[in-house]
Write a protein that binds this ligand. Structure first.
Ligand code: HEM
Length: 485
C-alpha cells in the first residue's frame, strides 16, 4: 500500500475480492470496517493489494504484539504514517526508530503521574463548564462539542494557554479537514494526490493555517521563556545532547512538529472516544441509569474532583468498552526495516504491515458477543495486553493514555451528572471511517436530569450505597481500569 511495490511476503494468502489493477481499493474505500471484519476468518495474516502495492494484515493478537514490541524492525511507517508525516513531520508519533527514544525522553516528563494529577483538576473544571453551557432540549453536535472540550483541556495542560475563540474555531475546522483527508490521501496514488483539486486546496490551506497558529504559540513562548511547567516549556528548555552538531536546543521546526503532534493527537482521539461513549449510553438506558447512580454516590452533592477517579469504576469500564468497540486508531501501519521473520513468514525489508485493533477487538473467538456494548465484561479483570490494544503497545504505546482516560472518565461523569442523553431519530449511527473511527455527524438530545424531591438538588436518586450498585475498585488507583504494559 505504499507507492513502491511492496516486496513479497512468503506464503500469505491473498484476501478475496481483489479487482484487476485496483486490488482491494474499492471494498476498502466503500465499507472499510465490513471489509476488515470479513478478514477475521484468517487466523494469522492475509495479504491486501492496493493498485501495484501490497501489504500484509496481521489478524493474530500474539503476532500483533510481536510487531509492536519489535519496533526497531517493524518501524513506524507505511501509508498511514507517510500521510500523517506530511503534516506533523518527525514528531514523536511519526519519527522513525533512530529518533524515537530521545524524543520520548524529552516529552515523558509532561506525562509523569505527578503532572497528571494536576491536569485532572483542569479536566474536571473544563468538563463542568462545558456541561453547564448546554440548554434543556438541546440537540448537540456531539463530536464538535467534545472537540472544543478536549482542545481546551489540551491547550491548558500542554501549552498553558487558551486560544482566542476565533482561532480556536478556525483551528478545529482546520483539524477536521486535515484529519478527514489523511485516509482518502492514503488510498490515492501519489500522482493523483498532487492534482490541485478543491479538496487538495482545502487540505493545503488548513495545514498552512494550523502551522501558522502553532508557530505563533511557539514564538510567544520563546519571547517569554519562564517555566510554565507544561509540555511546551519542557521542549523549549530541552537540550539535545546527541546532536551531530554537539549540544543544541530544538529548532523552531522541531518544536512545531512536536507541538502539532500533541495538538492533533491530544484532542481528536479523546473527543471521539467521548462522543462514542455518549452515543453508547444514549442507546443503553440501563447502563446510563447505573452510571448516574454511581455519579450521585461518588459526588454526593459535591463538585467533581480528580480524587474521585478511583471510585468511578463504571465510568471507567464504559470508557474501556467504548475504546474496544470504537478504537479511534482502528488501523495502524508499520514498515519492515530489514528482512525479518514473523509467524514463520519471511518479510523483505520495505514490506508494509497493517495492524487493526478494530479487528482484534471484535473477533468472536476473543470476545463473547463482540458487537455488544457491555461494560461489565471488564468486571472480572484487566484488559488483556494482546487482545485489547486501543493505545497500541511497546515502546510506541500512546504516551497520553492515562491523560486521555482521566479526561474521558471525568468528562463523562460531569455530563451524565447533569443530562439525560437520548438518540435523535431511530436510524443506527455508523462511524465515518477515516484515519480514525470518526463520530462526525453524531447528534444527541439532552434533557435536564430530574432529581428526586427531598435531596435539596443533591445527586442522590439512588437509595443503595455504591457498594450495592458497583463493586469497589482498587483504592489509590488513578484509573480503575489499567491500560499499562
Ligand atoms: C482515547 C484517546 C487516545 C487514543 C485511543 C490514542 C491512541 C494511540 C495509539 C493507538 C498510539 C500508537 C500508534 C501506533 O503504534 O502506531 C498512540 C500514540 C501516541 N499518542 Fe495517543 N491516543 C489517545 C490520546 C492521546 C493523547 C491525549 C495524547 C497527548 C496528549 C496522545 C499522544 C500520543 C503520542 C505523542 C503518541 C506517539 C507515542 C510514541 O510513538 O512514542 N494520545 N496513541
Amino acid at each position: 500500500m505504499t507507492d513502491t511495490t511492496t516486496p513479497l511476503a512468503g506464503s500469505v494468502p491473498l484476501a478475496p475480492r481483489a479487482w484487476p489493477l485496483l486490488g482491494h481499493a474499492l471494498p476498502l474505500l466503500r465499507d472499510p470496517l465490513a471489509f476488515i471484519m470479513s478478514l477475521s476468518g484468517y487466523r494469522e495474516m492475509v495479504r491486501l493489494r492496493l493498485g501495484p502495492s501490497s501489504a500484509v494484515m496481521i489478524c493474530d493478537p500474539d503476532l500483533t504484539r510481536q510487531v509492536f514490541l519489535n519496533d526497531r524492525t517493524f518501524d513506524k511507517g507505511g501509508p498511514i504514517y507517510d500521510r500523517i508525516r506530511e503534516v506533523i513531520g518527525d514528531g514523536l508519533s511519526t519519527c522513525a526508530y533512530p529518533l524515537h527514544r530521545r524524543q520520548r525522553r524529552l516529552c515523558q516528563p509532561s506525562f509523569h503521574p505527578a503532572r497528571l494529577a494536576g491536569y485532572g483538576a483542569v479536566f474536571a473544571r473544563a468538563a463542568e463548564a462545558k456541561a453547564a453551557s448546554w440548554q434543556d432540549g438541546d440537540v448537540l453536535d456531539v463530536t464538535q462539542e467534545m472537540m472544543t472540550l478536549t482542545t481546551r483541556a489540551t491547550m491548558e495542560t500542554m501549552f498553558s494557554g487558551a486560544l482566542p475563540a476565533e482561532t480556536m474555531r478556525r483551528s478545529l475546522a482546520d483539524t477536521a479537514v486535515i484529519v478527514s483527508a489523511f485516509f482518502r490521501r492514503m488510498m490515492t496514488p501519489a500522482l493523483l494526490r498532487r492534482l490541485p483539486t478543491p479538496q487538495k486546496r482545502r487540505y493545503d490551506a488548513a495545514r498552512t493555517r494550523l502551522a501558522a497558529t502553532i508557530a505563533e504559540i511557539i514564538a510567544e513562548r520563546r519571547a517569554d521563556p519562564t517555566d510554565h511547567a507544561d509540555l511546551l516549556s519542557t521542549l523549549v528548555a530541552a537540550v539535545d545532547e546527541e546532536s551531530e552538531e554537539g549540544k543544541r536546543q530544538l529548532t523552531d521546526a522541531e518544536l512545531a512538529d512536536e507541538a502539532l503532534t500533541f495538538f492533533l493527537g491530544g484532542m481528536e482521539t479523546t473527543a471521539i472516544t467521548l462522543a462514542w461513549a455518549m452515543h453508547l449510553l444514549a442507546t443503553d438506558p440501563d447502563v446510563q441509569h447505573r452510571l448516574k447512580a454511581e455519579t450521585d454516590q461518588v459526588l454526593a452533592g459535591g463538585r467533581l474532583d480528580p480524587a474521585h477517579l478511583p471510585s468511578l469504576g463504571l465510568a471507567s469500564r464504559v470508557v474501556t468498552e467504548t475504546l474496544r468497540l470504537y478504537p479511534p486508531a482502528w488501523m495502524m501501519t508499520r514498515v519492515v526495516r530489514e528482512d525479518a521473520e514473523l509467524g514463520g513468514v519471511r518479510f523483505k525489508g520495505g514490506s508494509t504491515i497493517v495492524l487493526s485493533p478494530y479487528l482484534l477487538h471484535r473477533r468472536p473467538d476473543l470476545y463473547t458477543d463482540p458487537d455488544r456494548f457491555d461494560p461489565d465484561r471488564w468486571l472480572d479483570g484487566q484488559p488483556d495486553r494482546a487482545t485489547y490494544i486501543p493505545f497500541g503497545a511497546g515502546a510506541r504505546k500512546c504516551i497520553g493514555d492515562q491523560f486521555a482516560l482521566s479526561e474521558a472518565i471525568l468528562a463523562l461523569t460531569a455530563i451524565v451528572d447533569r443530562w439525560d442523553l437520548s438518540p435523535v431519530g431511530d436510524q443506527p449511527f455508523r462511524p465515518k471511517v477515516e484515519t480514525s473511527l470518526s463520530s462526525r455527524g453524531l447528534r444527541l438530545r439532552l434533557t435536564a436530569r430530574r432529581r428526586d424531591a427531598g435531596d435539596d438538588g443533591a445527586r442522590t436518586d439512588v437509595a443503595q450505597p455504591l457498594s450495592a450498585v458497583e463493586p469497589p475498585t482498587r483504592p489509590g488507583a488513578a484509573c480503575p481500569v489499567k491500560h499499562g504494559e
